[in-house]
Design a protein around this ligand. Sequence first.
Ligand code: DX5
Ligand code: ZN
Length: 222
Amino acid sequence: MTPLIAPSVLAADFANLQRDIEMINRSQADWIHFDVMDGRFVPNISIGVPVCEAVNRHAQKPIDVHLMIVQPEHYLEAFQKAGAGIISVHYEACPHLHRVLDQIRKLGCRAGVAINPHTPVNNLEEIIAEADLVNVMSVNPGFGGQKFITATLDKVARLKELILRRRSAALIEIDGGVNQDNAAALLAAGADVLVAGNFVFSASQPEQVIAALKKTVVTREV
Ligand code: DX5
Ligand code: ZN
């Protein structure tokens, strides 16, 4: 199985955003991961709707918007209009998650649920059939460049079981600290989409790093 690769704009050079989006366009990347932080759900503030519009003016690949914000339902339409193809909201930020996923799909976007490292996979039991994507956070959300939490591997394997048991079509996306050392094990555990920020953008040849992630060979099926 070939993974989908989603470079995270959070690690791009914001003063050279067009250059970095064009690099993603030329590369073998599949999606453009776009991290939105509000200083409330997470202890950091990043980028929002106007920057998403700017990215969309140059992007030739779907924009995968990851909302690390409280009350994400207030911003879904704005991000859809700004070019989002996929919108993920946090399980921990949505008391009415079922409704929010419905709203995302009605806007014509794919609907994702993101879960923090401490949130059990079992909590998705009743919602997994409604999700197009589950973003499994493999770091505590809020910052790029953090160390991958190894326990994510086991979590991904259990999420894959849940998806199969519930006959869900949800893709599993891994977000945080992804690199060449953990990519193969993540795919073996059941991951479909690899987000990579610093690993891509800190490289001198980011297109080659993306190509290498895309070619990750799965050595073991779980
Ligand atoms: C973290 C963000 C991630 C981040 C990943 O809160 O959701 O998408 O950009 O960056 P790296 O790959 O550097 O951990
Ligand atoms: Zn993210």
